[in-house]
Design a protein around this ligand. Structure first.
Ligand code: FAD
Ligand code: NAG
Ligand code: NAG
Ligand code: NAG
Length: 270
């Protein structure tokens, strides 16, 4: 049997076959455009839900943004790192929530489910497909920009870092405390800890210390029902898959506990 190389098959394909194949694709885009992701939908119910579940109305009101708020666009754009996705036609969130603590994340999650929105979680916003900032159905964007505390424990060579922190902020915090510890992660300082470790995390010390995921000791994680779990309570299977399997398929990473590794005080390169 003679195998036909793929490019030849494509060249031999008749125009009629191509049209036949393209039609479903075209239909998809037409119907996609006809539904309502581009319309400003009524998010009042969602906002009322958030407000009804809080004990500090002032605080939560400062953390909710709809397209009617003047700062909506700048907050949304701030961490869309690929300019390709900042187009007038890119579907925006119905609401952006920028929580400052776990309780607000939990409330946002439960109200999102109650009012039929999808949820998008954004840490550093470096997603290659822009899926942390956009969707084809009405969605609420949980922007973890206010969840970036970093607690470095030099004695134990560990650090707790909230998901919204960026790699550069993590490196800076470690360097404020010691010159001989490091977290083996990537070179781009604006990549978010949340998405980076959820995807495994390659860095320049990978040959010596493995991936970033290999150096995660524990996690604080919210499942889809709003329960907060750690490594012990979630079990090793979930803990394993969160660190490379794309954490957003399973829930929301709140913070990682990292193992810091020894490095020389002075490093030089030719
Ligand atoms: C300029 C650039 C340099 C890069 N360099 C490297 C590199 O050196 N090594 C490497 O391994 N990778 C690198 N990457 C890839 C990068 O690690 C991934 O794109 C990563 O997913 C980005 O994470 P983020 O938090 O910035 O992005 P986001 O867009 O915020 O998130 C990425 C994905 O993770 C999900 N997510 C984010 N936060 C959470 C959370 N708290 N809980 C659950 N899910 C969450 C989002 O929903 C989305 O699906 C680079 C990317 C860019 C654009
Ligand atoms: C509510 O939040 C606001 C803004 O964050 C803060 O100034 C105020 O002290 C809070 N009130 C209470 C009762 O906690
Ligand atoms: C944005 O507008 C909504 C009403 O649509 C309001 O509840 C909220 O407080 C506003 N957000 C800010 C940060 O002012
Ligand atoms: C390690 O952490 C524990 C608990 O947080 C603390 O009590 C202990 O002092 C730390 N050890 C060192 C060497 O700093």
């Amino acid at each position: 049997m003679q195998l036909t190389p793929l490019h030849q098959t494509q060249e031999n394909m008749k125009t009629s076959q191509l049209v036949f194949l393209l039609l479903p694709t075209l239909c998809f885009f037409v119907s996609w455009g006809a539904t309502s992701p581009f319309d400003v939908d009524d998010s009042e119910d969602f906002i009322s839900c958030l407000q009804s579940k809080t004990n500090n109305l002032t605080s939560i009101s400062q953390l909710i943004f709809t397209p009617l708020n003047s700062s909506f666009e700048s907050i949304w754009e701030a961490r869309v790192n690929n300019l390709r996705f900042i187009k007038p036609s890119t579907p925006r969130p119905s609401v952006i929530v920028t929580p400052i603590d776990e309780t607000q994340i939990q409330t946002a999650l439960l109200c999102t489910k109650k009012h039929g929105y999808q949820i998008r979680i954004r840490s550093g916003g470096h997603d290659f497909e822009g899926v942390s900032s956009s969707d084809v159905v009405p969605f609420v964007m949980l922007d973890l920009v206010n969840m970036k505390s970093i607690d470095v424990d030099v004695g134990n060579k560990t650090a707790w870092v909230q998901a919204g922190a960026l790699l550069g902020e993590l490196y800076y915090s470690i360097s404020q405390k010691t010159n001989t510890l490091y977290f083996p992660a990537g070179v781009c300082p604006t990549v978010g800890v949340g998405g980076y470790i959820g995807g495994g995390g390659h860095g320049n010390l990978v040959r010596k210390y493995g991936t970033a995921a290999d150096n995660v000791l524990d996690v604080q994680f919210m499942d889809v029902s709003g329960n907060i779990l750690d490594r012990k309570s979630m079990g090793e299977d979930l803990f394993w898959v969160l660190r490379d399997g794309g954490s957003s398929s399973f829930g929301i990473v709140l913070a990682w506990k990292l193992r810091l590794v020894p490095v020389p005080e002075i490093v030089s390169s030719p």
